[in-house]
Design a protein around this ligand. Structure first.
Ligand code: ATP
Length: 465
C-alpha cells in the first residue's frame, strides 16, 4: 500500500486533505489524475447502466433532505448509543455495558487484566467476556467514548437550535425512494425498473482507514431496482445484479482472480434484507467489500408511507391493482473502485522484464486511464513541436484526454506516462516531416508502429471502442 499511496501523491492521483494545515485525519483530495480516474469510473457506470440497460433512469437528489427521511429509513434511531471501539480488534461496545462489566469485576475483586478463568467464576456471559478480552490478544484498547450516530448533523438556516437540525445523507438510496412517485409519474416506467444515482455520502465512521477505502466522505453509485413484490422475483433480480456488478468491475480491468462474491450469513443481514452479497476485492490489507447487492424488500417504501402518510404504491394497470414494489439494490463505491483499480494495475518491475528495477507501470484499462494519449516531439525545434501540438489539438477536440510533453529524453517521457497508466504515446520525429507518419507506442507491449498522422484520431477512437 505504501508504494501506491506514495505514487498517488507524487503523480497527482490522491493528496492528503488540508495538507498545508497539517492535514485532516483520513480525508483525501483527488488530484488532476485522480479526479479524472473517478470521473471515468462514474461515466462508465452511467453509460453501462443508465444508458445501456432498459428501464433504468437517472436521478440527482439533494444531499440534505427533510430530517423525516432519516426517521423513516431508520438511520436516526440506529447507532445513537455512546460507543467505544477497540483499536485492536475493532469491536464496538456500548459504554454503559462496558461499565457494568467493569463494576462487576471490581466487586468480584478481579483485576483489569483478567484472564478467562477468573471471568467465568464471576458468571459472566460470553458477551460480557468479549468486553474484557480482545480477540487480538490481551485487553481491549478502547477509543474515547462518543455518542455515536453515523450521520453528520448540521443546521439549516440562521438558527442553530434543534428545530433547524438536518443531516448529510449517509447513502444516496433514500433520495431515490423519496422520488419514487415523482419518477413513476413523470416517466411512466413500470416494474421491473431502476432509478440510478451517483453522489457523495457522509458517514461519521469510528474507524476510517486504509487510505481511501474507508473515509467519512465518499461517493456511491447506487441503483434501486423496483420489482413485483415476491421473493422469487427478488431472487431472480438479485442474481442478475450480482452478475452485472461483477461484470462492471471486470470491464474496468480488474483481474477476475482478485474479485469474489460473498453472501452475508443470517447474523450479518440487515433485519429487512432477505439476502445480501458483497463483491469483494483482494486488497493488500485483506479481502474487503467493493460493493453490495441487497434485497431490501418493500422496507424503505413502506417506511416512507408510514412516516409521510402518503400512498406510495404503484398502480399496475394490467393487473388493475396496486402494490409496493420490492427492491434489489446494487450499491457500489467510487473510491473503493478507484483504489481497487489502482492496486490491480500497479506493476513494479524487478528488472527481469525489459524494464529497469523499480520502474512502475500502471496497467490501467484504457477506459479508466486518466490520460489516453501523450504526444511528444522528438526535439524542441525544427517544426516538430508545432506538428505535435496540432495532433494534441485534434485529439482534444475529439474528447480524448491528451498530454503534451517535450522535456527530457523520449525514454524518460515514456516512463513518466507508464507510471500514470497512459496507454499510448505518439512521437513526432524527422520522418514525420517527410512522410506524415509518427510513432505510436503501446504501454503494455512496448511495441512501436508508424501511423499516418491524419489517422491518429480515428485509430485511437477505434482502440478506445
Ligand atoms: P462497510 O461494511 O465496509 O462499512 P457498508 O456495507 O456499510 O460498508 P454500504 O452501506 O453497503 O456499505 O454502502 C455501499 C458501498 O458504499 C460500499 O460497498 C462501499 O463501496 C461504499 N462505502 C460505504 N462506506 C464507505 C466509506 N466509509 N468509505 C468509502 N466507501 C464507502
Amino acid at each position: 500500500m505504501d508504494k501506491i499511496i506514495s505514487l498517488c501523491k507524487r503523480r497527482g492521483f490522491v493528496y492528503p486533505a488540508s495538507e498545508i494545515y497539517g492535514g485532516f485525519a483520513n480525508a483525501y483530495d483527488f488530484g488532476p489524475l485522480g479526479s479524472q480516474l473517478k470521473k471515468n469510473i462514474k461515466d462508465y457506470w452511467w453509460k453501462k447502466f443508465v444508458i445501456g440497460e432498459d428501464n433504468i433512469v437517472g436521478l440527482d437528489s439533494a444531499i440534505i433532505q427533510n430530517p423525516k427521511t432519516w426517521e423513516a429509513s431508520g438511520h436516526l434511531n440506529s447507532f445513537t448509543d455512546p460507543l467505544v471501539e477497540c483499536k485492536k480488534c475493532h469491536q464496538r461496545f456500548r459504554v454503559d455495558h462496558v461499565q457494568e462489566v467493569k463494576t462487576k469485576m471490581a466487586e468480584g475483586g478481579v483485576a483489569a487484566n483478567a484472564v478467562m478463568g477468573s471471568l467465568d467464576k464471576l458468571g459472566m456471559t460470553k458477551e460480557m467476556t468479549s468486553m474484557v478480552l480482545c480477540t487480538a490478544g490481551g485487553e481491549h484498547d478502547f477509543s474515547e467514548a462518543r455518542e455515536f450516530n453515523l450521520m453528520f448533523k448540521t443546521f439549516v438556516g440562521v438558527t442553530d437550535d434543534s428545530s433547524s437540525v438536518a443531516y448529510m445523507r449517509p447513502e444516496t438510496a433514500q433520495g431515490i425512494f423519496l422520488n419514487f412517485k415523482n419518477v413513476i409519474q413523470s416517466t411512466r416506467v413500470k416494474p421491473p425498473f431502476g432509478i440510478a444515482q451517483i453522489g457523495k455520502s457522509f458517514r461519521n465512521e469510528i474507524t476510517p482507514g486504509n487510505f481511501i477505502f474507508r473515509t467519512r466522505e465518499f461517493e456511491q453509485m447506487e441503483i434501486e431496482f423496483f420489482i413485483e413484490p415476491n421473493p422469487e422475483e427478488s431472487k431472480k433480480w438479485y442474481e442478475y445484479w450480482i452478475e452485472k456488478a461483477k461484470e462492471f468491475y471486470l470491464e474496468l480491468g480488474i483481474k477476475s482472480e482478485n474479485l469474489s462474491i460473498r453472501a452475508h450469513d443470517e447474523k450479518e443481514l440487515s433485519f429487512y434484507s432477505i439476502g445480501t452479497s458483497d463483491v469483494e476485492y483482494k486488497f493488500p490489507f485483506g479481502v474487503s467489500e467493493l460493493g453490495g447487492i441487497a434485497q431490501r424488500t418493500d422496507y424503505d417504501l413502506s417506511q416512507h408511507e408510514k412516516v409521510s402518510g402518503l400512498d406510495l404504491k404503484f398502480f399496475d394497470e394490467t393487473m388493475g391493482s396496486k402494490y409496493l414494489p420490492y427492491v434489489v439494490e446494487p450499491a457500489l463505491g467510487v473510491d473503493r473502485a478507484a483504489l481497487a483499480i489502482l492496486t490491480d494495475a500497479f506493476d513494479e518491475s524487478d528488472g527481469s522484464d525489459g524494464r529497469a528495477e523499480g520502474e512502475i507501470t500502471l496497467r490501467l484499462n484504457p477506459k479508466v486511464a486518466p490520460i489516453k494519449v501523450a504526444v511528444f516531439p522528438l526535439i524542441k525545434k525544427e517544426g516538430l513541436p508545432e506538428i505535435a501540438r496540432e495532433i494534441v489539438a485534434k485529439l482534444k477536440k475529439s474528447g480524448i484526454t491528451t498530454y503534451y510533453d517535450e522535456s527530457g529524453s523520449v525514454g524518460r517521457r515514456y516512463r513518466r506516462q507508464d507510471e500514470i497508466g497512459t496507454p499510448w504515446c505518439i512521437t513526432v520525429d524527422f520522418d514525420t516531416l517527410a512522410d506524415k507518419t509518427a510513432t505510436l507506442r503501446d504501454r503494455d507491449s512496448m511495441t512501436q508502429e508508424r501511423i499516418n498522422i491524419d489517422e491518429i484520431v480515428s485509430q485511437i477512437e477505434g482502440k478506445l471502442r
